[in-house]
Write a new protein. Structure first.
Lengths: 312, 316, 341
């Protein structure tokens, strides 16, 4: 009697591994399992390529466009895409492709800078204070609670109104609103690491608490932190765009993805008369979406790869 | 349970006082004088210093910040939310007009994102590695990558302008069908952007639960797969998902501000952004108070729900 | 011979199970054969990672996703004489599910995680009854579940019925697991290290319980353990496993008094024997278990064996019958047996 009447796709895949194993092709792998899982994740690889391409385009902007993002020409207002301006021009006659590239620089800096800043603040505090405990920890935890209880947009809008609109201010505001979640994550990781035996034994050796926290515990918490940084980068870029729509973002004269896209809105509402001038907002929207998507693919791939419960 | 709820509610009071104070302080520190928004420029130029002071005193805008905050706090405790600086309308009355729209929108979005997110997440987990899972994963990622307002614009272009299925913005005329017709698209847009997050989380939570020993025990009992998945796998997986949804409520409210603007939805979100531009303190404070209260109450709800869903959790 | 044949309820022949994790193929079981007989206890003993649990899970087809039964057969002999090839059934299909719990039940190693934390213990036992004895009333299910708990010596079963697993102690949880397993009077009980997570007095009680069940219901028990003491106490037959093979199989007395495989012998030498005084020489087995991806070419135990010969390095010995019902996989078994203890 035939044991298996039909073979599923999984069976075929397993057959292939078995043949390879039996022919001795699968030796001890030198590469790290996490890295291998990441590189075999097609979405993550695609995301990484997309990310690099967009970064190269934006930071090497002068190589890809001959226009300056601020140079306006009153003879070419809202011009359709043409050979001279591949994505046309905006309401002030500025080349949109050039604005997209230079604007990308700022959007990426805002996103990445805020995420790194929030991580630096949140993780440093979480690692050290979470390990030490005590009243500082209690106060910071309460503070994080308060920060997280105020809807982020409300807080951002109020702070923007408070300190005024500028690039630096926006990054500072994002760091201020972003640190509590980083703090909580780092703290909970520290609380579980603190009970591990290697930490106990380090303490028994009389190694200083600062050294234990940052030299021995931090590397163990790095995986989720890196994932969190990538995902926050995406979130901050999206928030920058939302704020531009509400006119609370980076000052309008500075090109950012959010500012370019927000021409389609007028203090929050849609400008229906401009919807058919698609080149003014759609290409940039797609660029922003692709960039955020690439970061999410990378972040998700890293999370899967660093998760030992996910076999593969 | 009752004891716990009461204790938590009392615990909220200092939290509310601190947060409202911070907001009040924030408004106070904003550049510019409120009076610039209340009196037209040319009139203001003609007014004497005494007249301005008298005007401020009449509006309750004089005196040190602390004193004004405390008097605001006292008024709120007696149920008086103050009067709009712009038109002297009582804020509580305005709130009553605008609040239902926002609550309606947020609730509908919450329902959509919860139901859809959990459903798709569970499907994705059960079909792990198969086509359905991959499609949902990519769709979910695209869902979180599109800014909410852009998604709103795309939907308006497609469903309102091209297909003419839904009206753009505004609320219905009171009839249930008309209300739903107007509500659907903004709630959908607001809900979908939340769905992706809920879906990813439900997926991983479900995968985690399905890897546990009790699932193997359930299989060893001879239970059919759907019972293993739903009774044993899902029942445990849903607790952390509920917690996440509770924690996500602030994001939902933030999103509502943007969506209300895009869809011209007459809720507190639009009102709020307008009030900030004119430094209309009573309105900002009332909306802020409402939003913070919503967040705190929902975190309480999450606590209670967790205790109901998980017998190991004791409310204390 | 024919009489003993009739008593066989489960027969595993030349079972090969491979795991395919991390893009590698791990040959976890490499040809395992044994019989489980009515009213008898078979103990499978071996160190961790040798494939004991995999064997039990293969019988109920509870293997994880990335694993496969490659070769061999698992046959279940029903009381009415029909034979069911468990290895050919659909994994979670209707026939397989009808056998799980009803004919073959399993108790897992860790009672802390094997019970679902969000359901009452009573509900989880009832679930088993509802599945295999449909059509009873709600009260009847409850009554049966409470009786099952009472049978396992759980005090105040009617109160315990409505409690959650976290309100139970470890021993109580394992009792309720057994109550659940026995609730449908299965013909075979697979016990996967049922007492590893419990302390000694509790495990003694659990063993007594299992022995009672075996006597009263004529249940066949397949017990997995790494503890030679448990084997001595519980087993009728013993199968010693090493790196995915049964290296020795036989009646418990033969295995203990006259081991025919160097590994069995080494295992016995490595544990203290009660009553032998305090000057016993305990010898740990030298070396360590090989990497499953980098196995010795011939006999798996060869690098650690005192009796190894050049032939052992080249080929895996076949099953050789020492006498009826006792086989070993060793070329030099005569030498091993003659060597004495």
């Amino acid at each position: 009697m035939n044991m298996k009447t039909k073979k599923t796709a999984l069976d075929r895949k397993l057959d292939k591994i078995r043949v390879a194993e039996e022919s001795g092709k699968l030796g001890t792998k030198l590469t790290n399992r996490t890295l291998r899982k990441l590189t075999s994740n097609k979405l993550a690889v695609f995301g990484a390529i997309l990310f690099v391409v967009i970064c190269v385009l934006c930071f090497g902007a002068p190589l890809f466009t001959r226009y300056s993002p601020t140079e306006f020409s009153l003879t070419e207002i809202q011009a359709k895409p043409s050979l001279a301006h591949i994505f046309g021009t905006d309401q002030m006659g500025r080349d949109i492709w050039s604005r997209m590239l230079y604007g990308g620089r700022i959007s990426i800096i805002v996103g990445l800078g805020s995420a790194l800043g929030a991580a630096l603040l949140g993780v440093t505090l979480g690692m050290y204070v979470g390990y030490l405990g005590g009243w500082v920890d209690k106060i910071l935890m309460k503070l994080a609670d308060i920060f997280m209880s105020i809807p982020q947009m409300v807080m951002i809008i109020i702070i923007v109104a408070l300190v005024g609109q500028s690039l630096q201010n926006l990054i500072i505001i994002f760091i201020l609103t972003g640190w509590p979640s980083m703090y909580r994550m780092a703290r909970s990781k520290v609380l579980s690491l603190r009970e591990e035996e290697f930490v106990q034994s380090l303490r028994a050796f009389g190694i200083s608490r600062t050294k234990i926290a940052f030299k021995h515990m931090l590397p163990n918490a790095l995986g989720p932190i890196v994932v969190n940084i990538t995902l926050s980068t995406a979130m901050f870029i999206l928030q920058e765009a939302s704020l531009s729509v509400l006119n609370y973002g980076v000052p309008m004269e500075l090109a950012t993805w959010g500012n370019i896209i927000s021409v389609i809105t007028n203090s929050g509402t849609i400008r229906f008369d401009w919807l058919d001038k698609w080149w003014m907002w759609l290409p940039c929207s797609i660029m922003l979406i692709l960039f955020v998507l690439s970061i999410n693919f990378i972040g998700d791939g890293m999370r899967d790869a660093s998760d030992p419960t996910q076999i593969g | 349970m009752l004891n716990f709820t009461l204790r938590k509610l009392i615990g909220m009071i200092p939290m509310l006082i601190i947060i409202t104070f911070l907001i009040y302080w924030g408004i106070e520190l904003m550049p510019g004088d409120v009076i610039d928004f209340l009196i037209p420029m040319d009139q203001l130029a003609e007014m004497s210093a005494e007249e301005i002071a008298a005007f401020k005193a009449a509006k309750g805008l004089d005196g040190p910040m602390i004193v004004r905050y405390l008097s605001w706090l006292k008024d709120v405790c007696t149920g008086n939310l103050g009067f709009s600086l712009q038109n002297n309308m009582p804020v509580s009355e305005l709130m009553m007009q605008k609040l239902p729209a926002t609550i309606e929108l947020s609730l509908a979005a919450l329902v959509i994102s919860t139901v859809l997110g959990i459903l798709l997440g569970v499907v994705s987990a059960l079909k792990k590695g198969k086509i359905a899972d991959n499609v949902l994963t990519v769709a979910g990622m695209i869902g979180v990558a599109i800014p909410q307002f852009l998604f709103g614009i795309f939907c308006i272009i497609l469903f309102c302008l091209t297909l003419n299925w839904f009206p753009v913005g505004q609320r219905g005329d009171g009839g249930l069908l008309s209300e739903l017709h107007h509500l659907f698209l903004p709630a959908f847009v607001l809900g979908i952007s939340q769905t992706a997050g809920v879906m990813r989380y439900s997926r991983s939570s479900m995968l985690d639960s399905m890897n546990r020993d009790y699932v193997k025990t359930a299989r060893a009992k001879g239970l059919p797969e759907w019972k293993v998945n739903m009774y044993h796998g899902f029942r445990v997986a849903c607790t952390p998902v509920m917690v996440l949804i509770g924690f996500r409520l602030p994001t939902l409210i933030s999103g509502a501000i943007v969506i209300e603007n895009i869809f011209q939805w007459p809720g507190v979100g639009r009102w709020f952004t307008d009030a900030i531009k004119t430094q209309n303190t009573p309105i900002i404070m009332s909306v802020g108070l409402f939003m913070v209260l919503m967040v705190l109450l929902s975190s309480l709800l999450v606590d209670i729900l967790t205790a109901v869903l998980d017998p190991r959790v004791k409310l204390s | 011979m024919s009489e003993s044949q009739n008593n066989v309820v489960l027969s595993v022949k030349d079972l090969h199970v491979y795991f395919y994790t991390n893009q590698r193929c791990n040959k976890v079981l490499r040809g395992v054969s044994f019989d489980v007989k009515r009213g008898r206890t078979l103990c499978i003993v071996g160190e961790s990672g040798c494939g004991k649990s995999v064997t039990a899970n293969s019988i109920l087809r509870l293997l994880p996703e990335l694993s496969r039964i490659e070769e061999g057969s698992i046959t279940y002999y029903k009381e009415d004489g029909t034979e069911i090839r468990l290895d050919q059934l659909e994994k979670n299909g209707k026939e397989m599910r009808a056998i799980r719990g009803q004919d073959i039940a399993i108790i897992f190693q860790d009672p802390m995680t094997a019970l679902n934390p969000v359901f009452t213990v009573g509900y989880q036992i009832e679930e088993m009854l509802r599945q295999h004895k449909p059509g009873l009333s709600k009260e009847q299910y409850k009554k049966e579940a409470i009786e099952d708990l009472a049978d396992m010596g759980i005090p105040a079963p009617d109160i315990r019925y409505g409690e959650y697993p976290h309100q139970f102690s470890g021993g109580m949880r394992q009792r309720s697991m057994i109550a659940m397993g026995m609730s449908c009077d299965p013909k075979i009980l697979l016990a996967d290290e049922p007492t590893t997570a419990l302390d000694v007095t509790i495990s003694a009680q659990i063993f007594d319980l299992m022995n009672d069940l075996k006597r009263e219901h004529d249940t066949a028990i397949m017990m997995i353990t790494h503890n030679m003491g448990v084997v001595a106490e519980m087993a009728d037959e013993v199968a010693v496993m090493y790196m995915g093979n049964i290296v020795e199989y036989g009646p418990v007395e033969d295995i203990f008094t006259n081991p025919a495989h160097p590994y069995t012998k080494a295992l016995l030498r490595s544990i203290p024997v009660l009553g032998k005084g305090k000057n016993q020489q305990l010898e740990p087995i030298r070396g360590s278990t090989p990497d499953p991806f980098n196995r010795p070419k011939g006999c798996q135990f060869c690098p650690r064996c005192d009796y190894a010969c050049p032939r052992c390095e080249e080929e895996m010995p076949d099953e050789e019958w020492v006498k009826e019902g006792h086989y070993t996989r060793c070329f030099n078994y005569r030498e091993v047996m003659a060597d004495g203890k």
